[in-house]
Design a protein around this ligand. Structure first.
Ligand SMILES: [Zn+2]
Length: 195
């Protein structure tokens, strides 16, 4: 994850608003830090499920997390897991295609998330996916993020993680969202945080 500043920012689009409040995320899920100060950097992750005809959407989980807490979570992951995920991204992201989308749509985050970063599947064809963004205050940075990852790709990523890393991520999820209801046990990608 590149955490450098991006020169280019846009207003945070509705896709990245909190589904539960209908407004911008304003606090870090872990330390409760206020996020909408001008220079406060944070990430947003949302897991979304689409139904029948894809007209109805549910948010499986969503949160914003400040850089400091995201770093801490990441440090708890095993080096091997992080390396595996980074290799997977390097092998599967079509960088020239990605650059093309970024250059052609510099101020249009919807285009950046319209297809799975790893598999190029269109969002319209997906039953489940996750959205990732890097924000600063009330702006979204158009840099390495935003991107979308399909449920199928998340499932593959899950298999690249060590059991220690999975335990850490499960702990994070349980702490903030409680133990998974039966339905969510069927969703392997629930367990991937901030890859
Ligand atoms: Zn925090």
């Amino acid at each position: 994850m590149n955490k450098g500043h991006s020169e280019h920012t846009v207003d945070i689009p509705g896709e990245f608003y909190s589904f539960s409040s209908g407004a911008l995320f304003d606090h870090c899920i872990d330390c409760d830090k206020y996020l909408l100060e001008k220079d406060t950097e944070y990430f947003i992750e949302k897991a979304i499920r689409q139904y029948e005809g894809y007209k109805v959407r549910d948010v499986i989980f969503e949160y914003a997390i400040c850089f400091e807490c995201a770093d801490r979570v990441r440090r708890e992951m095993s080096v091997e897991s992080i390396q595996n995920v980074e290799n997977f991204f390097m092998e599967n992201v079509d960088m020239s295609r990605r650059m093309e989308i970024m250059m052609e749509n510099p101020g249009n985050p919807q285009e950046w998330i319209s297809h799975c970063l790893l598999k190029e599947t269109s969002m319209n064809e997906l039953g489940e996916f996750q959205l990732y963004a890097q924000c600063r205050g009330d702006k979204m940075e158009m840099g390495q993020m935003p991107y979308m990852i399909s449920g199928a790709a998340l499932e593959e990523i899950q298999h690249l993680l060590s059991s220690r890393t999975l335990d850490e991520l499960n702990g994070f999820m349980d702490r903030h969202f409680g133990p998974p209801p039966d339905l969510m046990e069927l969703l392997p990608s629930r367990r991937v945080v901030l890859i």
